[in-house]
Every structure is written in structure tokens, then in C-alpha cells.
Ligand binder design. Sequence first.
Ligand SMILES: [Zn+2]
Length: 177
Amino acid sequence: MALNLTQEHIDRMKAHGERAYPHEGCGLLVGRFDAVTNEKTLVNLVLLENAWTDDVAADLAAADLATHGQETTPVMTKARRYWIDPQDLFETQRQARQDGLAIIGVYHSHPDAEAVPSGCDRDLAWPSYAYIIVSVRHSIAADLQNWQLDDNHQFQPEPMNIVPASAAKDRMPLLSS
Ligand SMILES: [Zn+2]
């Protein structure tokens, strides 16, 4: 398994993470799943506003209370969490379908923390998605890593192939078979 993307995609995610600092920045990866090679190809990077609010925190805490019967410590802020507005998700999905593409993953940044998924990241993660995390230290993007869940719902590094910009657009899922 691997994720194909361009250097421009990487640069844009780093720049977005720097702009969002000291908050987490986030976005959606739109592209193609290749069932033959098990590779994902990023075509459109959709950078979004972090929609994390106290209301989202309260909703998640309530859901957690319902699931686990205990309250979680509500110390989460935009500096530690991100939330993709359902309206943004819906609109991105609609546009992707129209373009014959799909959402293949999520990008977000970690202000002054490692580019490694947190427990919360894991709880909310979807199988087969690519999860790119940009570590931003003192407002400078320091590291970028890509992760994917394994069969035990644990994150493992997923290799990234940096491809020329034209290849990311031209590569059709069926040509590789
Ligand atoms: Zn995170």
C-alpha cells in the first residue's frame, strides 16, 4: 500500500499547517483508490477551516458518556483537535463524485507535537484512508508523515511516492492492470 502525491501537495499542506498554527489545520484528500495495486493517488487537496468548537466537544463527550458510561476530561481545544464541518465533507464528496473521484484520506496538523496519530485520531479514523499529519514547531512545518490503519485498528506508516504533477492527474485506475 502506498500513497501517490506531488511535491506541490506536500508544500500546500505544510503551508496550511503553518497558517493554522497554533491551531490544528485540516483538509480532505480527494483522488483514486487503485484496487489492483492497492495504491491511492491524491488528485485534489481540499484545505479546510478547522471546525472544532465547544459544541463539537460537548457532543463527543456526550457520545462517549453514552458509550463508555463515564465522562472524558473536556480539555480539548482547536490547538489539540480538528473537526471537519459535515457541510464541507458533504460538498467535497459531492464534487469528488462528479469528478469520478473519491475521498481517500484526511490531512491535519499537530502544533508543537510529533507527526504521529493521537489516540483520538485513531478512535475517529476510517480503514483504508490515508492520514497525513504535519508537525508544526513554532509555526514552521517540521515533519510530514502518512499513516493508515492496519487490520487491528492500529496506525502504521504508509509509504508516500512523490510523482510528477501530470502523473497524478493522468493516472487512471485501470491502466495498471
Ligand atoms: Zn491528530
